[in-house]
Write a protein that binds this ligand. Structure first.
Ligand code: HEM
Length: 411
């Protein structure tokens, strides 16, 4: 019985070799995956040798099943399969799924992974044995998306609870009508271009990440497809604008965000935000704003910017392999989600949460009562003449003629 089987296998081998030999002969001088010319095999056509890190083949459609394990046998098997199951290319796809490197006409220098349709299978500690692309997909879909959505939801809920229980932070005294310039036109232009870019990126990013859960069922696949296609391109182009405006933000606001006397006290009292306590004195920016500046704009902003530029393939000197792009994507997604939550808090306090704050950034001026109650040290320095109450415009210009703070500090 065994002999009969061996004879059958040998016969099949001969047939297979005859079939596969033709293909091999054609390819014997074809460029290899590395772009060099491979020498023709001397006698028996052997399967391509397994390269470190993956199986090599000259043509992605010339895959010999199990080629790296049993040279010689596979051509027979392939040939036989072609006869009994024409069109069944499952073995090819099995090897493609294992990370086989084939040939593609894309230049190797520009697309070093072009011959790999699917990343190699890797064993992740404690995880499924799967290819890197699938592992990345699972991290995205099972971790980043649900926990990211939960984080945004919890942030919004916390802000809503705070707003409905505490309401906006109001002034305790009447406004005097005397104005102090809080932000120059340049500072406002910098802030708003950064804010517009950020909000555009946040909205487009949220739709790309979570849209299939809340928009797709409402809009339908076609409209949602067009929308995400448009938003993805907007995201790619606005990203670099955000990077530029973030650099402007850092340069513009870094000086007044350096640690100063009173910051620790402000932090220990949590800015008087809880329990209805009065607001501790602060300089031009309080410790909460400084935390947003250093944690949000500098730290997260730079991580988001660099990983985003990487995903846009705008950083020089990288080959941008799929593995690198997956890591950049995960860093980008986590940092942006944290940044969105932090900036949601900032937007809340800059609009609904504190009367007069939004007007300061829109028009540039605050009433001196606002300055005294919210930034007592800054107000005192203005009254003492250490900081000018009007910083923009040449002396005598319309804006410079606005009333100045004249009264002494209450602190
Ligand atoms: C719609 C979105 C936004 C609104 C409504 C808003 C509102 C405001 C307001 C009212 C102020 C003035 C606060 C004060 O007078 O002390 C301010 C300051 C500031 N904002 Fe925004 N903002 C927005 C988006 C952003 C974004 C996206 C960033 C950065 C990524 C940002 C970073 C800053 C910084 C750095 C300051 C100066 C205070 C500091 O340096 O700590 N803002 N914003």
């Amino acid at each position: 019985m065994n002999r009969t089987l061996s004879a059958l296998v040998l016969a099949a081998a001969a047939l297979g070799a005859a079939f596969a030999g033709g293909v091999q002969a054609q390819q014997s001088q074809a460029p290899t995956a590395q772009g060099t010319v491979a020498p023709a095999p001397a006698a028996t056509p052997a399967a391509p040798a397994a390269a470190p890190g993956g199986i090599q083949s000259q043509n992605i459609f010339d895959v010999k099943p199990e080629a790296s394990e049993q040279p010689g046998y596979l051509q027979q098997s392939n040939g036989e399969r072609a006869k009994v199951q024409p069109g069944n290319n499952a073995p090819m796809w099995r090897q493609v799924g294992q990370g086989l490197t084939g040939y593609s006409s894309l230049p190797r220098s520009e697309a070093p992974e072009a011959g790999n349709l699917i990343q190699p299978i890797v064993d992740y500690p404690g995880a499924l044995r799967t290819n890197a692309g699938e592992a990345w997909r699972q991290v995205r879909n099972n971790w980043i998306i649900p926990y990211g959505a939960a984080l945004i939801f919890v942030t919004l809920l916390a802000l809503a609870i705070y707003y409905f229980s505490r309401g906006p932070i109001q002034l305790h005294s009447h406004e005097t009508g005397r104005k102090i310039e809080r932000f120059t036109p340049f500072e406002r232009a910098t802030h708003w271009s950064n804010a517009i870019a950020f909000v555009t990126l946040a909205i487009s990013g949220i739709v790309m990440a979570f849209g299939k859960f809340f928009l797709l069922p409402v809009m339908g696949a076609s409209l949602f497809g067009y929308l995400t296609y448009a938003l993805k391109n907007i995201h790619n182009f606005v990203g670099p604008l955000f990077v530029i405006t973030t650099v402007f933000m850092i340069v513009t606001f870094i000086r007044d965000n350096l640690p100063q006397k009173g910051d620790l006290h402000w932090l220990l009292k949590a800015g008087g935000l809880f329990g209805g306590k009065s607001e501790p004195p602060s300089n031009r920016f309080n410790a909460g704003e400084k935390a947003v500046f250093w944690g949000g704009v500098m730290f997260l902003g730079l991580i988001v910017a660099v990983s985003g530029l990487f995903l846009d393939k705008l950083l020089p000197g990288f080959v941008y392999t799929r593995g690198e792009m997956q890591i950049a994507h995960m860093i980008h997604a986590v940092a942006t989600l944290l940044m969105i939550c932090l900036i949601l808090g900032h937007i809340y306090i800059g609009t609904l949460g504190m009367t007069g704050a939004y007007k300061a950034m829109r028009e540039g001026y605050v009433d001196e009562t606002w300055a005294r109650e919210h930034h007592a040290y800054w107000y005192r320095d203005i009254v003492d003449g250490k900081i000018p109450a009007q910083r923009s415009g040449p002396p005598g210009s319309a804006s410079a003629a606005r009333p100045m703070a004249t009264e002494g500090s209450s602190t």
